[in-house]
Design a binder for this molecule. Structure first.
Ligand SMILES: *Cc1c(COP(=O)(O)O)cnc(C)c1O
Length: 232
């Protein structure tokens, strides 16, 4: 891997190319730099290259890094969120991508209300129905959206999915298409308090295909920061 700044700019170039291919405006797609497990020094390099959206999958990491990084960063909570940790992250995350149960949404609603804010969330869908993944099934997603929409101090902005790990990104095109279609179906229901403006999908291996299929938020870790070492 080269300099993080170069990696970041290369990913931005790819985002732009995928937008060109899809006939989309580059302003429709936001790149989230997924910095989980990476030290603050590395985040700062990517920040200096222009990144203002960072994604983390652990509450403790957002809390710790938020203190050390500049205050104009948008922190995205992209990992599985336990109900008992909502209160720590509720006022730090600009968007919680990983809401997959009514119980979790209730706690987010409660904690947001206590602070007088409106929590911005996405509903996570397990589009390929993989047993190892969190997320609600495609069949149950619409009903969950309807239920969450009734809660106070919480706003659904769209859907998120983690596609299967595949050798060729093309293998995930069908899943990206399916979740895009699901978001269109839900949008057509015109549920109060629900917008389907955001579609969070695509990671290092497949973000260009995801953009071609309608992603508005791509979550890229390895492609910017290099491989993660969980054994340190
Ligand atoms: C780690 C992670 C990513 C980034 O994965 P890469 O393959 O390193 O780009 C994206 N989304 C979620 C939810 C993650 O946990």
């Amino acid at each position: 891997m080269g300099l993080l700044k170069d990696n970041y700019n290369e990913v931005l170039e790819n985002v732009k190319r995928a937008c060109d291919v899809a006939g989309r405006d580059v302003s429709e797609v936001k790149l989230i730099a997924v910095s989980k497990t990476k030290p603050v020094d590395m985040l700062k390099e990517v920040y200096d290259a222009g990144a203002r959206d960072f994604g983390e999958n652990k509450v403790q990491e957002i809390v710790a890094k938020e203190k050390e990084m500049p205050s104009d960063i948008n922190w995205h909570m992209i990992g599985h969120l336990q109900t008992n940790k909502v209160k720590q992250v509720i006022d730090k995350a600009c968007l919680i991508h990983s809401v997959d149960s009514y119980r979790l949404a209730q706690e987010i609603s409660l904690q947001a209300k206590k602070r007088g804010i409106v929590a911005q969330i996405l509903v996570e869908v397990n589009i390929a129905e993989e047993e190892s993944k969190f997320g609600i099934s495609k069949e149950d997603a619409k009903e969950l959206v309807r239920q969450i929409a009734e809660l106070d101090n919480i706003k659904i902005n769209g859907l998120m999915t983690i596609a299967p790990y595949v050798v060729s990104a093309e293998e995930n095109r069908l899943y990206f298409r399916q979740i895009k279609q699901l978001s269109v179906d839900i949008a057509n229901e015109n549920i109060d308090n629900v917008s389907m403006n955001e579609l969070s999908m695509g990671m290092t291996g497949d973000y260009m295909v995801a953009i071609e299929e309608g992603a508005t938020l791509v979550r890229v870790g390895t492609g910017i920061f290099g491989e993660r070492n969980y054994n340190k």
